[in-house]
Design a protein around this ligand. Sequence first.
Ligand code: GDP
Ligand code: MN
Length: 343
Amino acid sequence: PPPTSLTTESLTPAAISLEEPESSTRMRAAIVGLVRNSDLFGLRMAMRQIEDRFNRRYNYPYIFVNDVPFTDEFKKGIRDMTKAKVQFGTLDHESWKVPEWINATRYEQVKRDARYPHGEKDSYRKMCRFQSGYLHRHPLLRDIDYYWRIEPDVEYYCDIEYDPFAFMHNNGFKYGWNIAMTEFMDTIPTLWNTTVEFVNSHPEMLATNSLWEWLVDANGDYNGCHFWSNFEIVDLSFYRSSQYQAYFDYLDRSGGFFYERWGDAPVHSIAAALFLNATQIHYFDDIGYFHPSVVSCPANSRFSGKCVCDESKSFVQNGYCIVRFKAIKQMLLNPNSTESVHE
Ligand code: GDP
Ligand code: MN
């Protein structure tokens, strides 16, 4: 028999309860994903890592949405991963359709001719349109102010020892990202021109200290830089603003989600870079992350700290878009500095 002095209390080290944040400090926030039933394994892997690296201490709820009903197997498999609340929802037809102003003949031809990733797919385009314009308006997200996007097959390589939602709030950040790179330009031939048309008719929407310069090359054309939206932590008041909504509606009307294959990543990113101030956009360079096929490690994380992150595979932070982001943001914060970002 166990020694009588060993009470249940002494089996619960104080350190464990100290790790739990005060419930009052918890934000109205959730970890959110649009996913398929077939993503069960990959999503369980992603959740296992988010739970171990962060959420077992914070218990933020999860919200998953799908264009078809989730199976019981899926719901059980996901609920088994966490003690946090999990909600499952389906989308309405309005948010997952080819709009009536899309010409069917032209669209079919586009899908036949497309020579870029997912170019032949109807579902991928609906997915991108949904994540651009509808996810933040889904009824299950009504009571949350921030979301952290999750996708199947992503990995988290480092402990996250603070609450990124509270961090965003306390610093006035509206958009947080951790991977940026250039887009396949074949998927967005007219996105930039359509954006410029929109901004020309709504010049008051441009933020005073926007990062627009980050988006353009020496000729004033879009350089393709965008934040990867498979990881993004966002103050949803940004996407829910009348400005963002007007921008999305304008893009949607132009048909580019279907006649081309506009991704939600460049759409979100261009909106953030134009309509937010640079000070409202945060680079989470401390979050070790993987989305097939890109690794992003914090500096010096291979042999130190609470990371298992292979820096020898992490190149993206030295790439054009991230180096340029840091330089331009720095310049906007210190306008008197002599450094120039012009090529
Ligand atoms: P990638 O990251 O651009 O390669 O695209 P993914 O295949 O990872 O898709 C992005 C996200 O949208 C993932 O969370 C997918 O599960 C989800 N997704 C993609 N297509 C569909 C679809 O047809 N239905 C649903 N419900 N989710 C989808
Ligand atoms: Mn993905």
